[in-house]
Design a binder for this molecule. Structure first.
Ligand code: MRU
Length: 345
């Protein structure tokens, strides 16, 4: 399993996903600013992964700090705010930074080098926990699939979006290990092409059968009767189950409903945000207009055209058949199950 993030030689080393599938390139980030830039520019992306990368960025900042003890508190919060301002939708980013903050506050009387070690250990713990969580999610979720399953997915919710194994692709992986997967239909996922560039690459590395389609081909593929289930990841799940995920997820859920195909969301409990009653309050990131104007090597339109480029959409809970978590599978009504699992009951 390829390593998407690690800490080595006083740098946060990330697999630079902007280079895939052409090149497998690892990039050391030597400062928290470089870590923040890597998240903003989507060199690392995927909800669970950006949380862990930000945690490593905070630890890196602490280890590099060389000011006075009196300046440490403000420094910690300036780095935390910088990392938190990178991307607004995936709650895992804020969840991870809050977990680091809690540890910092418990030990804030310690000198910076001790805090640096403590925070680094915590980030590494999160990294390892994430892999174990995904494996548990995969085990839980694979039970929903029957032998011969043809699964559709969008974006990349795999190893590349996590510290390993993946969420939606973790379920696919666990099912594939039981020889249950006949095909994974991968939507290309315009405008950033996470499906075409990342999910296809990742599944082919594992010899899992994959077919690429453009996003507009999803409905016809379902109409032909070639899809048995849709499995997607999530960036934030509100208390009632409404789910923000990559733009294009909501139309897949509508199409699945029309064709009576089960629509599953696979996400760790750190993606559940009980502070939001429903999806209306989820902040949807809007990214640069050039992501839509351009495709790979150049413009595909008139360069001056106005563009709307939301990076995520929200799927209403009534279109979701089940939410797969490390703690178990939740079905409607979601509110009670999400609260119970999130609170560890
Ligand atoms: O903009 P991205 O590539 O960070 O969006 C990623 C997604 O939408 C994923 O489906 C989601 O983060 C879940 S990843 C396990």
């Amino acid at each position: 399993m390829i390593e998407t993030v690690c800490f080595d030689n006083e740098a946060v080393v990330i697999l630079d996903q902007s280079k895939l599938p052409d090149e497998v390139a690892f990039r050391p980030c030597h400062t928290p600013e470089e870590v923040a830039e890597a998240i903003c520019s989507m060199k690392v992306r995927g909800a669970p992964l950006i949380g862990v990368v930000a945690a490593f960025g905070l630890a890196l900042g602490m280890r590099r700090f060389n000011g006075s003890a009196a300046e440490l508190y403000d420094y910690f919060y300036s780095i935390k705010e910088m990392l938190a301002s990178t991307r607004p939708t995936a709650v895992n980013l804020f969840w991870a930074l809050q977990r680091m903050e809690k540890l910092y506050l418990q030990h804030r009387q310690e000198p910076a080098h001790v805090l640096g070690d403590l925070l680094l250990n915590e980030a590494e713990k999160m990294r390892q926990e994430d892999i174990a969580i995904n494996q548990a999610m995969g085990e839980n979720g694979q039970a929903l699939l029957s032998p011969g399953a043809r699964v559709m997915t969008i974006c990349n919710a795999g190893t590349l979006a996590t510290c390993g194994y993946g969420t939606a692709l973790g379920v696919v992986r666990s099912a594939a290990r039981r020889n249950k997967i006949d095909m994974v239909w991968v939507c290309e996922t315009r405008p950033v092409l996470q499906g075409a560039r990342l999910t296809v690459w990742e599944l082919m590395q594992d010899n899992i059968p994959v077919t690429l389609i453009t996003d507009s081909m999803a409905g016809y593929t379902m109409q032909l009767g070639r899809v048995d289930a849709i499995i997607v990841g999530a960036d934030r799940i509100a208390a009632n189950g409404d789910t923000a995920n990559k733009i294009g997820t909501f139309p897949l859920a509508v199409l699945a409903h029309y064709h009576q195909i089960p629509f599953y969301v696979a996400a760790p409990l750190s993606t559940v945000d009980l502070s939001l009653p429903d999806g209306k309050a989820i902040v949807i990131e809007e990214r640069h207009q050039d992501e839509v104007r351009r495709c790979s090597h150049g413009y595909v339109t008139v360069p001056e055209v106005e563009v709307f480029n939301p990076a995520f959409d929200v799927t209403p809970q009534h279109l979701i058949s089940a939410i797969i978590t490390e703690g178990g599978i939740i079905t409607a009504p979601f509110a009670e199950g999400l609260k119970r699992l999130k609170e560890g009951r």
